[in-house]
Each structure stands twice: as C-alpha cells, then as structure tokens.
Design a protein around this ligand. Structure first.
Ligand code: NAD
Ligand code: TYD
Length: 353
C-alpha cells in the first residue's frame, strides 16, 4: 500500500505519545505511523495493545542517541513527517540525574533534526518537523498573568532547561536550514497511561494502597491541567494546520493549587472506592519541598483557540473521574509499572522528605 504520509512519532510508547499514536493510527488509515521509542522505564508497549495489529502501525525500537539508526529509519521509511515527543519528562528525576536529560532531550533532539535535514536535503515541500514541548520552559508565574507564545524563556529545573534547549535547536533548524518546523508548549497533562511518578497517578496509586500522599512544600503551587486526549487533538491540529516556524501554547484554562486538586482527588476516590468521606484526605502528608519548585504555571491558549479552533472537550471534574476509573479498571497495568525499578526510585525520591 502506498501511504499519503509516513510519520515517525517519537516516544509513542510513553504517556502522551501513546494517545497521539492511537489517534493518528485510527484517524488516518492512509498514513503510515512509525513509533520510534527506546522503551525506557517510561515506555511501555502495553499502552498500544489496541493498535499494534493495525496495518498502518509499526514499532521501531531505537534510541535517539543512536544517530545512525535514526537516520536509517528516516531513509528506509521515506519519512515525510516527524512528531517528536520522546524525552526524559520528570522534573524530580532531572534533579537526581540531569545528564540523562541533556542526552535524550538535547542531543537526542539534535540527532533527530540532523536525520530529517539529511533525509529531506532541502526538499521541504509536504514535510513537517513538529516538536512537542512544555510550558515549563517559561519558568514560573506569580499570582497573576499567563504564559503566551512570546513569554521569555526562563527555565529553572534541569528538565525545563533541557526542553528549552531542544526548543531553541528546533527553531534554529527552521531559521538556519529552512526546515519546516513547528513547536507547541503545553501545560500539565493527566489521563490514562500516565506513569505513577507524576502527581495525579502517583496519588491515585497511593490512595488505592492507603499510602501517604507526599505534598511538596505548602501545597499552594499551581498547575494548569489538561486531559491528555485534548492534548492529542491539539497536536493533530498543529501538525496539519499550524503555521510553519510558528509556536502554539496549549492549555486547559484550568488552574488548580496542588492541595485543592489533591482534596478533589481524595473525594472522588473515596466515593468510587466506597470509603467514608474524608478517609483519603487523612493520607495527606506535607513533605520537604522540591528544590527550584516553580510556583505557578498557567497557559494563555487563545492563539490555538482562535487560529485553529481548538478547545478542551472535557471539564477537569469529568476528566479526573474518567482517569480514576481507568486506573481502577486497569490494576494490572498499574501493578506492572510499579514493580522493581519503580520501588527503587520511590525509595530514593521520598525516603528523607
Ligand atoms: P513519558 O516520560 O511518559 O514518555 C517518554 C517516552 O519517550 C517513553 O516512551 C520513553 O521510552 C521514550 N524515550 C525516552 N528517552 C528516549 C530516547 N533516548 N530515545 C527514544 N525514546 C526515548 O513522557 P510524556 O509525559 O508522554 O511526555 C511526552 C512529551 O511531551 C515530552 O517531550 C514532554 O516534554 C512533553 N510534555 C509533557 C507534558 C506532561 O504533562 N506529561 C506536558 C507538556 C509537554
Ligand atoms: P508533577 O506531576 O511532577 O509535574 P510538574 O512538576 O512537571 O508540574 O508535579 C505537579 C505538581 O505536584 C508540582 O507542583 C509538584 C507537586 N508534587 C507533589 O507535591 N508531590 C509529589 O509527590 C509530586 C510527584 C509532585
């Protein structure tokens, strides 16, 4: 079969990537979707069980640090588009081992850019290199204001610094080599297949097991939460309709202070688990703060809303409820990702807090 587009999605075995792969494989049977993933602790092919047999889906077990393998894949598959999500993505791990973030997020991204530059060799008609990034590159907000596409970069964690560097490289390839790039910067995602090192799935898992809920600092840090399937639909739009060399901020207009979010989660979990109201809140434990902790993130998503007609499809209460239901139904997934290496990480991260 000859495909209209042949797209490499990197990080497709991860949280957001698996939703993007699923959306593209199902929505675009006339595209070939190649999932390039190294399967680190965060990558799991179980996340794609329902699409792995689709004729337009292929998995390529490749590490972005293997520049030759990346190059060979882009040539062999005559790739026309790249949607780049593979990354080391957890702030706390970036504090423990920053170099891993430099390797994958910076060098891995440059390897991918180089491979696309060589494969396309200036023939950019119908091609696209899309970099999926984070709002954390903008740093921290005070009590007011929103991040716009022109907010100055001011990253504070090794994770956000590495993502900022990768954003700069992608734009530099657009400016210097004319590469057809586009970048989006999204707020915090939540939903099914989220690895239980991040706030929401970690706390869902701990509530299920009656373990303490470690709230960093005073709990008044604010994040802007977006349901992962809404991020995937925004990525679809930006990939197809986003302007060349442009940037789109993606967010849910949905700010929550951590402690308020945790209390809502506790309430919903108590109801679903048939526990008495207030049971899970007793697990809340204030612990030592994260160093360099950004106080508040909030996205102004009016550009993508006005230019591309995108807006979130679910309220936070709905999305959170669906997410909890997914974790309560998929207990074997949760158990498989929280064994072995996860426990060692958990011990290191939380032991002296
Ligand atoms: P994730 O950690 O769940 O998944 C990352 C995936 O990348 C995994 O499948 C992993 O195996 C793969 N990977 C890691 N290193 C690799 C390497 N060297 N070579 C090939 N594959 C490698 O991440 P996520 O939360 O799904 O985030 C995906 C992207 O979206 C990241 O670029 C992240 O910065 C960005 N982002 C995430 C959020 C969020 O809330 N999670 C918000 C905005 C932007
Ligand atoms: P996280 O899910 O790690 O996302 P990010 O740091 O990329 O925003 O954390 C979300 C918020 O929750 C952040 O303010 C840190 C806080 N947090 C806790 O209070 N306790 C925890 O155990 C974790 C993982 C996060």
């Amino acid at each position: 079969m000859s495909y209209q587009h042949r797209i490499v999605i990197t990080g497709g075995a991860g949280f957001i990537g698996s939703h993007v792969v699923r959306l593209f494989v199902n929505k675009y049977p006339h595209y070939k979707i190649i999932n390039l993933d190294a399967l680190t602790y965060a990558g799991n092919l179980e996340n794609l069980k329902d699409v792995e047999q689709a004729p337009n889906y292929q998995f390529a077990h490749i590490n972005l640090l293997d520049a030759d393998a990346v190059q060979q894949l882009l040539v062999a598959e005559d790739v026309t588009g790249v949607i780049h999500l593979a990354a080391e993505s957890h702030v706390d791990r970036s504090i423990l081992s920053p170099l891993d973030f430099v390797y994958t997020n910076v060098i891995g991204t440059v390897n991918l850019l180089e491979a696309a530059k060589k494969r396309w060799a200036g023939q950019y008609e119908g091609k696209r290199f899309y970099h999926v990034s984070t709002d954390e590159v903008y740093g921290a907000l005070g009590d007011t204001g929103l991040f716009t596409e022109t907010t100055r970069y001011d990253p504070h964690s090794p994770y956000s610094a590495s993502k900022a560097a990768s954003d700069h490289f992608v734009r530099a390839y657009g400016d210097t080599y004319g590469m057809p790039t586009v970048v989006s910067n999204c707020s915090n995602n939540y939903g099914p297949y989220h690895f239980p090192e991040k706030l929401i799935p970690l706390f869902i898992n701990n509530i299920i097991h009656g373990k303490p809920l470690p709230v960093y600092g005073d709990g008044l840090y604010t994040r802007d939460w977006l349901y992962v399937k809404d991020h995937a639909s925004a990525i679809d739009l930006v990939f197809h309709k986003g302007r060349q060399h442009d940037t789109y901020n993606i967010g849910g207009f949905n700010e929550w202070k951590n402690i308020d979010l945790v209390k809502l989660l506790c309430q919903q979990m108590d109801e679903k688990l048939g526990r008495a109201p207030g049971t899970s809140e007793q697990l809340i434990t204030y612990v030592k703060d994260r160093p360099g902790h950004d106080r508040r993130y909030a996205i102004d998503a009016s550009k993508i809303n006005q230019e591309l007609g995108w807006s979130p499809s679910v309220t936070f209460e709905q999305g959170l409820s669906e997410t909890i239901d997914w974790y309560l139904t998929n207990t074997s997934w949760l158990e498989s990702v929280t064994s072995g290496a996860y426990m060692a990480y958990y011990e290191t991260q939380y032991k002296n807090r």
